[in-house]
Design a protein around this ligand. Structure first.
Ligand SMILES: [Zn+2]
Length: 343
């Protein structure tokens, strides 16, 4: 793994000034302790929240999302995309709508899992939709979400996958030869909505918790997705998500892992990502004591407490991307940013 250069606070100030001058795409990975809540603010000021974190915890995740949204200057989150109905993604919906204005929900359609806990989470979400206060869309693979300023294409939803090549896709994937013996998964993970968000030459792929047997089908034998600037490591860095064929094939410059201290960040996933060809950096929302020396470099870890009982600073990770493909990642803990060039 080649290390990108870190820059000082002074340089960061210049970066932010440059970013303010040109319309930028901002992506804020809110820390929801091993769930997902990724806030995308487009260059035209529209917003898309991918997942809502967990329920409970005294409104913890809804409060953190609202704080990030206010910090980003939002008065409303235009779209909330639920990748799937597991508690770490959809659990936070009822509290979020009580905490911050929301426009339209996007999901994969019917609940596909019989687990009673998942059913409860799904039902609470259905109760929110039944109030009639919110828009509702069902994502279909291949369609483009109605967001301005970026092209957000659905690549997976409800177990179905995009059947055509995205821009830059369609070439044979040499990494399909790596043995990836993933069994078909029948949990909600397999039904995750995945999106490719493109702003000029910057491309970001977020597959929720999509299972590896599914992601592999999108990149083998030909890679329909093409290469990406940033890959949000599926399923918080747990197996069985993110096949070798996917991670190596999409050739990410940077991978972001939304793990918690004791959730996600498996040794196998960390090692696989770090050996990915062309990778400049792996960023983690949390240090994980489980994987000890397999963690990424400390500069690229946002929340670094090793003791689970210690206060959690709950800091977000912030990405600013330009249409020419270059992007920066800011670590609020170290107050430093790393810059990554356009490919
Ligand atoms: Zn999850």
């Amino acid at each position: 793994m080649r290390k990108a250069w870190a820059i000082t606070l002074v340089a960061l100030g210049m970066t932010l000034a440059a970013a303010a001058a040109k319309p930028a795409l901002r992506v804020i990975f809110v820390d929801v302790e091993g769930g997902q809540a990724t806030l995308v603010v487009t260059p035209t000021g529209q917003s898309l929240l991918i997942d809502t974190g967990w329920s409970g915890h005294q409104n913890r995740d809804a409060d953190r999302i609202a704080a990030a949204a206010k910090q980003a200057g939002l008065h409303k989150i235009d779209y909330v995309l639920l990748t799937h109905y597991h508690p770490d993604h959809t659990g936070g919906v009822p509290q979020l709508v009580q905490t911050f204005p929301v426009g339209t929900f996007i999901d994969h359609g019917p609940l596909e899992e019989t687990n009673p806990g998942t059913h409860q989470i799904w039902q609470a979400y259905q109760d929110v939709l039944a109030t009639g206060k919110y828009g509702h869309l069902t994502a279909k693979p291949g369609e483009v979400l109605p967001l301005t300023g970026v092209t957000a294409t659905v690549v997976s939803s409800d177990g179905k996958l995009i059947d055509h090549n995205l821009a830059g896709g369609g070439t044979p994937n040499q990494f399909c030869s790596v043995a990836d013996d993933w069994k078909p998964d029948t949990s909600e993970n397999a039904y995750s909505v995945g999106v490719m968000i493109q702003f000029g030459k910057f491309k970001m792929l977020d597959l929720g918790d999509l299972s590896a047997d599914k992601d592999r089908q999108m990149v083998c034998p030909k890679n329909r997705l093409g290469q990406v600037s940033l890959y949000v490591l599926a399923n918080h860095g747990m197996t069985p998500s993110s096949s070798h064929a996917l991670v190596d094939g999409i050739h990410p410059e940077v991978v972001v892992m939304d793990n918690g201290p004791y959730k996600g960040g498996s040794v196998g996933a960390l090692d696989m990502v770090k050996s990915s060809p062309g990778l400049l950096a792996l960023w983690q929302l949390h240090y994980t004591p489980i994987s000890t020396t397999h963690n990424t470099v400390m500069a690229d870890i946002v929340n670094d407490q090793e003791d689970f009982m210690a206060p959690d600073p709950a800091l977000p990770l912030e990405v600013t991307a330009q249409s020419d493909g270059q992007f920066a990642i800011y670590n609020p803990r170290t107050k430093a940013a790393a810059h990554y060039p356009a490919r």
